[in-house]
Design a protein around this ligand. Structure first.
Ligand SMILES: [Zn+2]
Length: 288
């Protein structure tokens, strides 16, 4: 279904995990972001792009390499593909493809396109890297934390009322607390970077990887604050050996039965990080 639309941006929302897929159109290009999940949904996005492109070049952007975000890659074989250099170098490509196959076979799903790990035409390796086509400018920022290879992308165009669109991947989602597969420290740094991006680019639209878009600065700031508070509170509880208030979490987020396993995985990650912190604290204590 289409969750949000303006003259330049169409945001599709999957029936699965409220995952978003976005199509940004300017006079210069059509940018497709993370087309997903179900075959019919990917086909609807592919058809939409085919109808709308009208000769413009089609770019395919992946916000990060989680399997739900790359699942539609094979449906856009002619697109120019963009993601991070870390995405390109991901050592777990086979595992990601296996996750797609496991999900598809587990749900008796077949797809009319091949399941492959994306091959990139353009790799993002540093903050502030830009790509220009005519009056359209994409500005990229590295966004590790949720996983190791995420990027933020800002789309700006000189066309009237084009606005500024921020494609955030799995950050600043209203529908879920931070899912942290890689590093809570890097996640926190990425949130700080998000604050700087908000000031620098003043985006008129934020599209997260899951859940609703945000149209107001206050809403983006609220999501950023909530995410940071979650991380700090998790860290405090793990360090102090006190229980995290999950009841509060389930009042805020609605899909408790689906989210409990992610909360458990986050807890395990924070415990590992606390263990590392203690180890490095002890060793530095021994040497001074
Ligand atoms: Zn995701």
């Amino acid at each position: 279904m289409i969750q949000y639309k303006n003259p330049h941006v169409t945001v599709f929302q999957s029936a699965i995990f409220c995952t978003t897929a976005t199509v940004v159109q300017t006079a210069d290009l059509v940018l497709v972001v993370d087309p997903n999940w179900l075959p019919g949904e990917v086909e609807a996005i592919r058809h939409f792009v085919e109808m709308e492109a009208a000769g413009r070049p089609v770019y395919l952007l992946f916000t990060h390499s989680d399997y739900d975000h790359i699942i539609g890659y094979g449906a856009f074989p002619k697109a120019t593909v963009i993601a991070s250099e870390a995405f390109r170098q991901n050592p777990g490509k086979e595992k990601i493809i296996e996750e797609i196959r496991t999900w598809d076979e587990g749900n008796y799903v077949t797809r009319p396109y091949p399941i492959e790990y994306p091959v990139l035409d353009l790799a993002v390796s540093r903050d502030g890297q830009t790509f220009k086509a005519g009056s359209t400018k994409l500005t990229f920022y590295l966004a590790p934390g949720h996983n190791a290879d995420g990027i933020f992308t800002i789309v700006e165009s000189e066309e009237p009322e084009a606005g500024c669109t921020w494609l955030a991947g799995d950050y600043l989602c209203d529908v879920e607390f931070p899912y942290i597969y890689h590093s809570s420290i890097e996640y926190e740094q990425t949130l700080a970077k998000a604050g700087l991006i908000l000031e620098k680019h003043a985006p008129s639209l934020l599209v997260p990887g899951h859940g609703k878009v945000a149209l107001r600065r206050e809403e983006i700031l609220r999501r950023k604050t909530e995410a940071l508070e979650y991380i700090l509170e998790m860290r405090r509880c793990i360090a102090g050996g006190t229980p995290f208030n999950t009841e509060k979490l389930w009042k805020r987020y609605h899909f408790r039965r689906g989210m409990e396993s992610f909360q458990m995985e986050n807890t395990a990650l924070f415990k590992r990080e606390e263990g590392h912190r203690k180890c490095s604290g002890l060793s530095s204590g021994n040497t001074t």
